[in-house]
Design a protein around this ligand. Structure first.
Ligand code: PLP
Length: 444
């Protein structure tokens, strides 16, 4: 595609693209070359409104100078130093800053922080911490990990095993000793809902079923996304997370919330944990942690979990970590990101715009082929009737049409997911709805 004067399409053979139909993409590439605020610029010079915060990660918007400056300073000061039996101040500083806003509120903050490099690594780290903790407190028979159907917990073997998306699992062997709760998606009872659906609290009892099946003494942890994003925006029914918490507590099972997308203000509170008022034992994060600028993840652990592992014999308490855990450049980006979140009130801003967002998006109801719309915080899922001969094709066509007309969205199956940067203005919400609505009509 070298037909446009601005285009300078690179050779594309070598880069094996992730989660992409490589041959299809390379035959008709979509390239982004710069970004500022709420917008990308495509390689033909067009401005593209970012309806997906990149990939659910650019919460403070693009091109933040404060982050760039902090990274530049850190690179010139200390480019890398190990965190295995060594330390550098900025990793401790960032962890302390995170501890101040960690999920759980003032009384129950999960204020012990383990650094990773991605959401997938955060998930595998949390699962390993759960297993190590159970063993450390004399519950070594607890090795089973419970996930949920339609869950997405990244692509490591741990996350894959507790995840519940068939195409991600089909080809790969999984950990022994996992099981899955039923998912909570029930469009027959809960279609076109703003916020949490009324029906489905009883689905939490599925955990009791698995306890009865396997024995509580075999189960280490249960992991769920408080709001599932990558599997099509699934919002927990009222009372569901509370009930999961109760059942986990009753049976000594650690509850893990995967907040890789819901963390850092997406719902209008710093974390979904705070938004729903349900506090798990471990929280995974990534993405918005550094505003998507430098790869990094973090696991937040409760004092109980952390201290459970600190009471053993002297020596390394957890045989786990990454060369780049607490990488100085990522920490610099993270601290600068937290500064922006604080200065601009971004971790709670969505609380003020969520109603307008929901109202605008739900206006798409009635367009041809729209069978459900769900919204919470600054997230929306718009589900379309699949084409009988080609599931996923209709939403993909909408995605391409939107891109061509200046809007970046994300699709999964026949669901269009929206999650713009938290700095969005009301007029831009209208723009998203206009472009998307017209695309849905055209593709119908
Ligand atoms: N967990 C959840 C809930 C996610 O949404 C994602 C990515 O979208 C991940 C884990 C994996 O994160 P990463 O792609 O950074 O490994």
């Amino acid at each position: 595609m070298t037909d446009h004067p601005l285009r300078n399409t690179p050779a594309m053979d070598a880069f094996w693209m992730p989660f992409t139909a490589n041959r299809q993409f390379k035959a008709a590439p979509r390239l982004l070359v710069s970004a500022e605020g709420m917008h990308y610029t495509a390689d033909d010079g067009r401005t593209i409104l970012d309806g997906s915060a990149g990939l659910w990660c650019v919460n403070a918007g693009h091109g933040r100078r404060g982050i760039a400056a902090a990274v530049e300073r850190q690179l010139a000061t200390l480019d890398f130093a190990p965190t295995f039996q060594m330390g550098h101040p900025i990793a401790f500083e960032f962890a302390e800053r995170l501890a101040e806003i960690a999920p759980g509120g003032p009384d129950k903050r999960l204020d012990r922080v383990f650094f990773t490099n991605s959401g997938s690594e955060s998930v595998d780290t949390a699962l390993k911490i759960a297993l190590a903790y159970q063993r450390a407190i004399g519950q070594g028979t607890r090795t089973r990990l419970i996930g949920r159907e339609r869950g997405y917990h990244g692509v490591g073997f741990g996350g894959l095993s507790v995840g519940g998306i068939v195409s991600n699992r089909r080809v790969f062997p999984q950990l022994n000793g996992t099981d899955h709760l039923r998912h909570t998606h029930d469009p027959a009872r809960n279609a076109f809902v703003k916020g949490q659906p009324e029906h489905g609290v009883e689905l939490a009892e599925d955990l009791e079923r698995l306890v009865a099946l396997h024995g509580a003494e075999t189960i280490a942890a249960c992991i769920v996304e408080p709001v599932a994003g990558s599997t099509g925006v699934l919002i927990p029914p009222k009372g569901y997370l509370e009930r999961l918490r109760e059942i986990c507590t009753k049976h000594g099972i650690l509850l893990i919330f995967d907040e890789v997308i819901s963390g850092f203000g997406r719902l209008g509170a710093p974390f979904a944990t705070d938004f729903f008022g349900v506090v798990p034992d471990l929280v995974t994060s990534a993405k918005g942690l550094t505003n998507g600028t430098v790869p990094m993840g973090a696991v937040f652990a409760s004092r109980a979990v952390h201290d459970g592992l600190m009471n053993g014999p002297d020596g390394i308490e957890l045989f786990h970590g990454y060369t780049y855990s607490g990488h100085p450049i990522a920490c610099a980006a993270g601290i600068a990101t937290l500064d922006i979140y604080r200065e601009e009130g971004l971790l709670t801003r969505v609380a003020d715009i969520a109603d307008d967002w929901a109202a605008a998006i739900h206006d798409l109801r009635g367009r041809k082929g729209v069978i459900d719309i769900r919204t919470i915080g600054l997230v929306a899922g718009i589900e379309l009737t699949p084409r009988p001969d080609a599931p996923g094709k209709r939403a993909y066509d909408v995605f391409v049409d939107c891109f061509e007309r200046g809007l970046l969205t994300r699709v999964t199956g026949d669901i269009i997911a929206l999650s713009p940067p938290l700095i969005i203005e009301r007029g831009q919400i209208g723009e998203i709805v206009d472009i998307l609505g017209a695309a849905i009509d055209r593709v119908a």
